[in-house]
Design a protein around this ligand. Sequence first.
Ligand SMILES: [Zn+2]
Length: 141
Amino acid sequence: MVIVLTSILAIIVIAFILGVRSKDLPEPEPESPFHHLDERKAAIYENLRDLQFEYRVGKLSDDDYQVSKRDLQKELAVVLAEVDKLKAQLSQNGAVPPPQPAPQPQQPLVAAARICPSCGAKFDRELKFCGECGKAMKAAR
Ligand SMILES: [Zn+2]
């Protein structure tokens, strides 16, 4: 009897600890905002199929079928509208291009030093003498 009670108590304690632990665990990230909407959509489509089947085999009256079908289609329209809304939100967030700075010559002084004051030839690096005309590049500064 004592052994039975002890093991029951142990099971309760373990279950309690496990229960608390699983609550402490962070919620898993939602896979996709579309996921649950897709599931709802799929469920509605399935209901529509079932409904059509039941109507065809004669389980439903014409009126019942029409009413149920209209309800499901309304529900479907709501879900589709939510999908559209979500898509619009996501594309708004995603489509905003990062602000692009206008292309500007950086460090104009260095750039000036790379342009020959005598002939105007441009070079990608600073030179003491112009590669085109051979005159001193820094003479004009
Ligand atoms: Zn030059």
